[in-house]
Design a protein around this ligand. Structure first.
Ligand SMILES: [Zn+2]
Length: 485
């Protein structure tokens, strides 16, 4: 019964009832009963659902960067925030479902842009985990996300559609097409070798319903240019985890976004040949040695700022490569074998205290901060890949903590993880901040993340379009199974 959606299950219940009445067949009646108790129906994860909801006495951190406001009331009608102000002035309308949030804070639903519906489950294999991941993202407070590359083909698109139709719990998803890459060793990637193939790839996947595109490490300049032009012609944005093409080259081609901060940049590799990836490691050696106050870095930053290329911070995945860092949160939702896999990877990292990441990880933070301070648009994502350990939902909260460790204030980190993402996705008129007229995508947390960012881990209710979901129920429904579905 696990994969039966709400509509299907309702149909099964109806059919079952008819048959029960007509034949009184015990087996059929049991089937109908099972469907009625469908554990996967969206309604099972909902704790607040009413046409009018009033959240009273809340601390509101609106996502714009403005200071937190104490003792606020938010009135939500049919999924839209209709009123927001001091609790002494704004009354709960008659008949509203009232939720007293004394001692709690409300932040906008997170909007993160380097998410995936897959996870490393074996050597060179990425298991497709759209069912459990979409629940975990929502539980962590993510109400909108872009998948930053897909290795499955249709699943990102199907999951996005089913969530939009109310058939699965999860965030709104901007679904990427399968990676736009040249020949590589990845078993789950296409190989696009020229401009025509790039155009065809973009056209085909746009036709299937993909709404954004991600270029990868072995793409050629010509194929990337054709892919960007075709995507833009269709109103789609393009991001890249690059290597064969430098950040400066991609900016000149009109790319919209670059992933992993500066850690995928090969701009500073001295003998860099056009269209050839010199190896991610060689690029990273130059980045580890880069001076954020030096002219070469500043020149690249000005180009990215001038060309309005956004940069996505994915500190969460790099933290798992860095010795001496804390255990990442959320591991217990994984299957026991994936927990073991990650522990082994973590032991290997710990056994190599001279790893380049001891320099690179703090450098990544310093460069991202310098980019943002110079006027660059910084976005946030988690990238649940690497050798595992980046667990959706939990990692999105961790990413905000790491931005604060990188030198941003908690309010700035929240803006990066909400409004900046919404602006990039051109949805900021509807989501990204808490204001009258906006969609009620709201995360209720205990405590005050404007002073203690770690309070973002204490999520109690996640509202998506005014419907309140229980993080505990969402997480409990997948515990120990993440890795299977
Ligand atoms: Zn990724």
């Amino acid at each position: 019964m696990r994969k039966i959606g709400q509509k299907t299950s309702q149909a099964v219940v109806k059919a079952g009832r008819k048959l029960c009445a007509a034949t009184a067949l015990a087996v059929t009646c049991i089937l109908a009963l099972a469907a009625q108790q469908n554990q996967n129906a969206v309604a099972n994860f909902v704790t607040v659902a009413a046409p009018v909801v009033a959240l009273t006495h809340a601390r509101v951190i609106d996502g714009s960067g403005a200071a937190a406001r104490a003792d606020q009331t938010i009135v939500v009608r049919d999924g839209i925030i209709v009123e927001l102000g001091d609790s002494s002035r704004v009354a709960a309308p008659p008949g509203a479902a009232v939720v007293d949030l004394s001692g709690k804070s409300v932040i906008p639903g997170l909007v993160m842009v380097h998410e995936h519906l897959y996870y490393p489950t074996g050597p060179g294999v990425y298991g497709q985990l759209g069912g459990s991941f979409s629940r975990l993202y929502l539980a962590g407070g993510v109400t909108t996300m872009r998948t930053g590359g897909n290795t499955n083909g249709i699943m990102d698109i199907s999951v996005a559609r089913r969530i939009a139709a109310g058939e699965m719990p999860g965030p709104e998803i901007d679904a990427t097409a399968p990676y736009l890459n040249g020949p590589s060793t990845f078993l789950q990637m296409h190989a696009v070798t020229n401009a025509d193939e790039a155009r065809n790839h973009v056209g085909y996947w746009a036709g299937q319903g993909a709404t954004s595109l991600k270029a990868y490490m072995q793409i050629t300049l010509a194929a990337l240019k054709a892919g960007i032009d075709e995507a833009h012609r269709r109103g789609m944005k393009v991001t890249g985890h690059l290597c064969s093409v430098t950040y400066a080259e991609a900016a000149d081609l009109g790319i919209d976004n670059l992933e992993h901060g500066f850690l995928a940049s090969t701009d500073f590799v001295e003998d860099k040949q056009p269209d050839v990836c010199p190896g991610q490691g060689r690029g990273q050696q130059t980045i580890a040695a880069l001076d954020e106050a030096g002219a070469p870095f500043k020149a690249l930053v000005s180009k990215l700022v001038d060309k309005r290329v956004a940069l996505t911070s994915t500190l969460t995945v790099f933290e798992t490569f860095t010795p001496g860092r804390p255990m990442p949160p959320g591991l217990d939702v994984l299957t026991p074998s994936l927990q073991d896999n990650f522990q082994r990877a973590r032991d290997r990292v710990a056994a190599n205290p001279d790893s380049i990441y001891t320099k690179l990880f703090p450098k990544a933070m310093a460069l991202e901060r310098a980019f943002a301070r110079a006027g660059g648009v910084l976005l946030a994502g988690t990238d649940p890949t690497g050798s595992g350990g980046v667990v959706p939902g939990f990692a999105n909260q961790r990413q905000l903590e790491l931005l604060v460790e990188a030198g941003f204030s908690p309010l700035e980190a929240i803006t990066i993880g909400t409004l900046n993402g919404a602006r990039f996705l051109d949805r900021d008129a509807r989501i990204g901040t808490i204001a009258a007229g906006k969609q009620a995508d709201l995360v209720v947390v205990a405590g005050d993340p404007s002073t203690s960012i770690s309070d973002v881990r204490r999520v109690e209710i996640v509202f998506k379009r005014g419907v309140g979901f229980s993080p505990a129920k969402l997480i409990e429904s997948v515990r120990g199974q993440v890795g299977v579905w």
